[in-house]
Write a new protein. Structure first.
Length: 325
């Protein structure tokens, strides 16, 4: 990456080869009159994702997130640069047996039922009938789809959220080591988002490597070990949440009741409005929480006093846009 870019962390060292590695990966498409103009979609992207890591790729629409996924999956070829998946060059056919992929807008054969579609996906990977009998019901349960309905209802009758669920099931049909998810929460209601988040966390607990794009930054903040931000095809920062947002151990504390004088001995920037108050806590929270009962106060919330991922995201995009002018 260019030395002027903000690269906030270097990859942790490890003995095993990384799950994903790119070096100067670039993709430009032809555009303009007579298709003579090169229109860059991804520029000089270098990153490493270790095995067992959950990596979130963030960026506004048109930033190049889907282009990067397609390059990694071998769907399109790079203009320049190189990369590896699971120690194999990009586009290697054998390594595709070991990865799963959920596109942002998947297209399914809508005349098939959900069960038939998963059997088709299992057949593509050469899974035996016995493995299919065990794996398909397990995956339907995992993604929250009714098995009886999956046998009877055609995909054309599925809602957007249901299609997203069956898409997640097909991405996991081969029990992949590395899973690529392009906007996995797209089209899901709050309950569906929660369930999808729990699925990703369960895959993480199994030691699988997960690489996903998302616009839902609150989910990324919960799920990911590290994140990267793309802006106009350029990877502008990369790191863990602590590296990006800071490791402040101050807490923004909110509550009600209690003695103002005694609370002010614990909290700086104390602010009282009626019975409700808030302030910054720098002492160990365990001691403060133990003291609250004696103070006659009730805690309503306690959060790390550092910027949210959303605030950091907007800040970095604004800074990059200013630098481009």
């Amino acid at each position: 990456m260019d030395s002027e870019l903000q690269v906030i962390s270097k990859t942790a060292s490890g003995t095993a080869s990384p799950a994903v590695r790119t070096v100067g990966l670039t993709k430009a498409y032809r555009g303009g009159f007579w298709l003579k103009k090169q229109v860059p979609s991804l520029k000089d992207c270098s990153l490493v994702v270790q095995r067992g890591e959950t990596f979130g790729l963030l960026g506004p629409n048109g930033a190049g997130k889907t282009t990067l996924l397609k390059l990694l999956l071998g769907i399109v070829r790079p203009t320049s640069g190189s990369g590896e998946l699971l120690a194999a060059p990009l586009g290697d056919r054998q390594v595709k047996q070991r990865i799963g992929y959920l596109p942002e807008n998947p297209y399914f054969y809508d005349y098939l039922t959900g069960w038939e579609f998963l059997k088709f996906a299992a057949g593509v990977f050469g899974l035996s009938q016995q493995v299919q009998k065990e794996r398909i019901p397990m995956l339907l349960d995992l993604v929250g789809l009714d098995q009886k309905a999956a046998r009877k209802r055609q995909l054309r009758q599925y809602s957007k959220g249901m299609l997203q669920r069956v898409g997640m099931a097909q991405a996991l049909i081969n029990d992949p080591e590395l899973v690529f998810l392009d906007e996995p929460m797209s089209g899901l209601d709050p309950l569906g988002r929660y369930q999808m988040r729990e699925i990703i966390l369960s895959l993480k607990a199994q030691g699988k490597t997960i690489f996903f794009n998302s616009h839902v930054l609150s989910d990324v903040e919960v799920i990911c070990d590290r994140v990267g931000i793309l802006s106009k095809g350029t990877l502008i920062c990369l790191g863990s949440l602590d590296e990006l947002l800071g490791t402040s151990r101050r807490y923004l504390v909110k509550g009600r009741g209690g003695s103002q004088r005694e609370l002010e001995t614990w909290l700086s920037q104390f602010n009282l409005q009626g019975e409700r108050w808030q302030g910054l806590l720098e002492a160990p929270p365990e001691k403060f929480l133990a003291e609250l009962t004696h103070l006659g106060a009730e805690l309503t919330s306690m959060d790390l006093a550092r910027p949210s991922l959303e605030e950091f995201f907007i800040q970095q995009l604004s800074k990059h846009n200013q630098d481009q002018k």
